[in-house]
Ligand binder design. Sequence first.
Ligand code: CTP
Length: 418
Amino acid sequence: MNMPCATAMAGNRELTGRRILLGLTGGVACYKAAELCRLLVKAGATVQVMMTEAACQFITPVTMQALSGRAVFTSQWDARSPDNMAHIRLGRETDLILLAPCSADFAARLALGRADELVSLTCLARPRGVPLLVAPAMNREMWDHPATQRNLAQAQADGAQVLGVGHGEQACGEVGDGRMLEPWALYEAVAAHLSPKILAGQSVLITAGPTYEAIDPVRGITNRSSGKMGFALARAAQQAGARVTLVAGPVHLPTPYEVQRVDVQSARDMLQAVQQHLPEKGIFIATAAVADWRSAEVAEQKIKKDGDARNSFLQLEENPDVLATVAQSPQARSGALFCVGFAAETEKLLTHAQAKRQRKQVPLLVANLGPATFGKDDNALLLIDEQGAVEWPRASKQALAQQLVAEIARRLPDNLAT
Ligand code: CTP
């Protein structure tokens, strides 16, 4: 369930100052538009709602007005618009139009360029610079029908971006494609769309979370890393236009929107997954708190306290260092990979982190006081490079992740910059 992710982001008011024109057309999924509207408003966006007559059969304008805090437009003849041209004004006074839900009928209207009611008029009259995002919602047979596919392909060819659709149980009781994406996913699509694409075309691989080194079938060595910083970075890099792969240890976090996730357990699994997914050219960010040691032997059965455990003291073997291995790979050495390390320390932050940067041979190392931040939603960072160290004061991990992505984009060597 990814909802907490969008809810947490919305709490950051990351869409402050953004204007979104939310268009509802006829479909049961209108009830999800109410939740979406709430998420957008909570994130600081100004949301103006417009609804077709059919949408008003599914949810009332009163509900959408209460959630958006603005009077809803339902007709092109609405005299509230000073010049009586709501369809022109609405499209001029927004950063983005999102149609959610977009019915099969409305997709046909878009494809034909119809202009006989407010929502289609507004879409047709929108300035070319205003993105149109379309979230279809319909029965699976309607979705599969060649006419619908043709209409949506036409709408895309005319500049719209289609979001989804989802698969699953439908309001009619059938199961298949055609569900509207969930509000959190639409929220994420909007947030990503409005982010500057400073990593466009880049490939980013991120490690996150702890690793788990088994001792026996029920016990293991791990640590308190929550993975939040790495997941926040994955989201920020995706929003910045990068293709992102996230190699995650055992964490309880939802996968960020449009991020490829590879789940692993041990440090050795993590190294293998990283080597498998490492781009030829791109960015590698190691936020994972990798266990330095593993048990030399993994017992097949649970070790009993009244016998073998006391006799056999745990023998440890050192794990591979994922970051150091990547930083010393031919790709990194040739300059095709920009590597960023993290350091979790409990004392002497600067001294330990500077030594770690030298040891791991990374151009940039981001240090923090581990136990004080594990599991928290905020953090304070120390950025260390060959010039010295810069402190970034405490802020939300999401905000720091966006800042760090911008910093990495600025530091990319010429051969990597897009
Ligand atoms: N790291 C790694 N593989 C390891 C250990 C660490 O990839 N086996 C990476 C971490 O992801 C982080 C950086 O190296 O980017 C530093 O990790 P940290 O745990 O702070 O340091 P260690 O190298 O483990 O050193 P120490 O335990 O002595 O602090």
